[in-house]
Design a protein around this ligand. Sequence first.
Ligand code: SF4
Ligand code: SF4
Length: 432
Amino acid sequence: MSNVAELQKKIGYDLTFDCVQCGYCLPVCPTYETMERETHSPRGRINLVKMVAEEKIGIEELQNPIEKCLGCMACTTVCPTDVQYGTILEGAKEVIEENTEKPRRTERLESFLFESFFPSKGWMNRLGEATWLYQASGLQRVAERLHLTKVAPTPLEQFEKVIPDLPSPKERRQRKKAYAADGPKKMTVAFFIGCIMDGLFWRTNEKTIELLKRSGAEVLVLDGQTCCGALQAHSGQIDTSVELAKQNIQAFEQGSIDYIVNNAGGCGARLVEYHKLFEEGSEWEERALSFVRKVKDISEVLVELDGLQFTESVNEVVTYQPSCHMTNVQKVKEPPLNLLEKVPGITFKELERPDFCCGSAGVYNIVNYEESMEILDVKMKDVCARDPETIVTTNPGCLLQMKLGVERAGKKEDMSAAHLVDVLMRANPVPK
Ligand code: SF4
Ligand code: SF4
């Protein structure tokens, strides 16, 4: 990059001076723990960013440490000077993305995935329908028997094992645009369906609508909404991410709604930070702020509505793996636990280190498979010590990762992972 001032602005050079090098962030950083290198700690990454901005080292020296960062934001929760690590990280990714030559095939694939695939409801439905066909036609069993799944690259071969059962295209088409509240209406909410969530966890999305209805909310599924843009931002494609944010802001300006509800920790974390994508004082920042004020996780809304009575026992030992983005960015910690407490029959066992990332982190477990599995194995040691029957989580990436963890730990006969919403529905909630 020729213009140093431009580089420094983009990479967040000024923000790096907030770091006082105390090292409080080191013990909470999963990559520092598993990779055992200063350059792969929050403090080390900030120093590298500063050195790139001062042209003391080249951008290529920053690439690996930044690519190996999970973006879990655990470091920001312990930092005494409130270093804006998220902004520094995003700036570094953007600079790396702009200055790295990639093979044309990789570029074309990335641009298809981030600009066309994830943001498209049509593509997500096709993904869900193709996977349903694969499962329903018996092809999955044939492929397993012939060991064809082993031909796939390792991460895909592993993920193939943990994809949930999907609905048929006919079932998908039954989604309505509005659902009346069961009983007297207490509020109107718009449901943010997400891309992966609606493609692969469609049934959990349907249960989310059901829980909101039974709690007394009218639920709208607004047209025009798209992917939250988190995956694009994680990959340094900030412009695409901004365009998706604008599309969502516009979509949720329709009608009079109290909350914009999501059930995916990673998406929610992106949605609550939309205002940061726009210039201070601009019209878009104003519109983004109105959007952000309404964003809520499903657990927060269910606790606020307090409209459910659970009529069946879930006689299971349960632990909770919080989504880092939900805890560290959205700051939603207690509501999922409050809801689990209300389910009759559950024996709850808390993890020793619930705040340690599971290693999923968007597409981290696909692009950094080995490193992600090392982090997952640390997590699974903690999980196995509690010996739960169910690991509850609140984000599609964490859910797939925990299912993978159960497989890797050889526990699939007596342990499973589930979204909070699925566990709540097992207790047959009815309006109070
Ligand atoms: S975001 Fe997570 S992985 Fe990255 S530096 Fe902070 S604690 Fe470490
Ligand atoms: S805790 Fe904050 S100030 Fe201390 S080293 Fe880490 S980032 Fe820097």
